[in-house]
Design a protein around this ligand. Structure first.
Ligand code: ZN
Ligand code: ZN
Ligand code: ZN
Length: 366
């Protein structure tokens, strides 16, 4: 073999050994790899390292160069929707859904004048026709189902109250207290279509000029009836009704209501649907209302009028008795001066009533 051959063979052997090719063919360094020869694998220097961009609401921490990721996205920091803005992320301003809508509910046939008002039950509309002295039930298409015309003895009221399903899971929806001339009370119970389902005679006797009406519901089951001429300090329920069995329950057998101790107030009610976060309390002279802590009775908000909370956890509250703000269960103001009027009330799952001029108007807030 000639000398040249020997040289070529040595060169070829050298070329086969890693790290000693004659001419490296470099691949540029990446985030995770150093500069490296594609032929022999020799490296030079270090990898570049990732160029991290911080995580955002929707993206995890990400390398700007190679798109490698680490961890999870942060998720949005949602701020609840208001009347003016949909649910919005305070970090990236992303939005979801719609702002709260407050729109007048238009009835097809029903009209309201004077003190007539209505409340939406689950499947029917309960209408108090004071002009004609009767209570009417309509289906949701406003076709009349039935009318109840109470016979009221001279000098007595016919006290009633109506409770939608969201207040409690009992049988009756309308509870009316009727009196004979001697002041003996009977309790009449109706379902939400206005059909009488119970009549309980002589449940209590009240003095001349006094009247009784339902007040708070205890444990989602017991409805307490109060003497309305005796709602000042130390007021105790006159009797209770078990809403499951429709039997009268002695007041001492009912679960003790925490609010018996709220005696610096005229009367306290646990607000339906409020998850017992606040109670509605009246001042002793009944000119002001407060939202109070249900245990400590500290005042959380003072107002001249207040509706119950609707199914979405919104309520109307007025400090001046004219302009109403929309609040949530944490008392955050979701809308300022969304309605004006007086005597705002809960009138259905998403409907509030408010007196404007001489009549009640209805607004759906959803
Ligand atoms: Zn090489
Ligand atoms: Zn990278
Ligand atoms: Zn966001």
């Amino acid at each position: 073999m000639g000398k040249l051959w020997k040289v070529l063979i040595v060169a070829a052997m050298l070329a086969l050994l890693p790290g000693c090719c004659l001419k490296h063919e470099w691949a540029e360094a990446t985030c995770t790899e150093p500069k490296r020869c594609v032929k022999c694998g020799e490296t030079e220097g270090l990898s570049l390292g990732h160029t991290w961009r911080d995580a955002t609401c929707t993206e995890p921490r990400t390398c700007a160069v190679c798109k490698a990721t680490q961890g999870e996205p942060l998720g949005h920091t949602w701020v609840d929707r208001t009347v003016d803005a949909p649910k919005t992320c305070s970090v990236c301003n992303a939005t979801e859904g719609e702002p709260i809508k407050v729109t007048e509910y238009k009835f097809n046939k029903l009209t309201f004048s004077g003190k007539n008002w209505a409340i939406f039950l689950d499947h029917t509309i309960f209408y108090v026709d004071r002009g004609n002295g009767c209570l009417r039930f309509y289906d949701l298409a406003e076709n009349e189902i039935t009318t109840i015309k109470p016979e009221v003895p001279e000098g007595r009221g016919w006290a009633f109250d109506v409770y939608p399903e969201s207040y409690y899971a009992g049988k009756g929806k309308l509870f009316a207290v009727d009196y004979d001339d001697a002041g003996n009370c009977s309790l009449l119970v109706y379902d939400e279509r206005g059909t009488q389902i119970a009549s309980l005679e002589n449940v209590a006797k009240v003095p001349e000029g006094h009247y009784i009406s339902p007040s708070t519901v205890a444990d989602n089951r017991y409805l307490r009836f109060y003497d309305r001429k005796d709602t000042q300090k130390n007021a105790k329920p006159v009797f209770g009704l078990d809403l499951e069995t429709l039997q009268i329950v002695p007041t001492e057998d009912m679960p003790v209501a925490r609010w018996y101790d709220g005696r610096q107030y005229g009367a306290c009610n646990v607000i339906p649907n409020s998850e017992d976060k606040y109670m509605l309390a009246y001042s002793l002279d009944y000119t002001k209302m407060y939202l109070v802590h249900p245990v400590y009775y500290s005042i959380k908000a003072e107002c001249l009028d207040f509706s119950g909370f609707n199914e979405l956890g919104y309520a109307l509250i007025s400090e001046d008795g004219v302009n109403y703000n929309l609040i949530d269960r944490d008392l955050n103001v979701l809308g300022t001066n969304v309605l004006s009027g007086s005597d705002a009330d809960w009138a259905g799952k998403t409907i509030f009533s408010i007196k404007q001029g001489d009549e009640y108007k209805y607004y759906s807030v959803e």
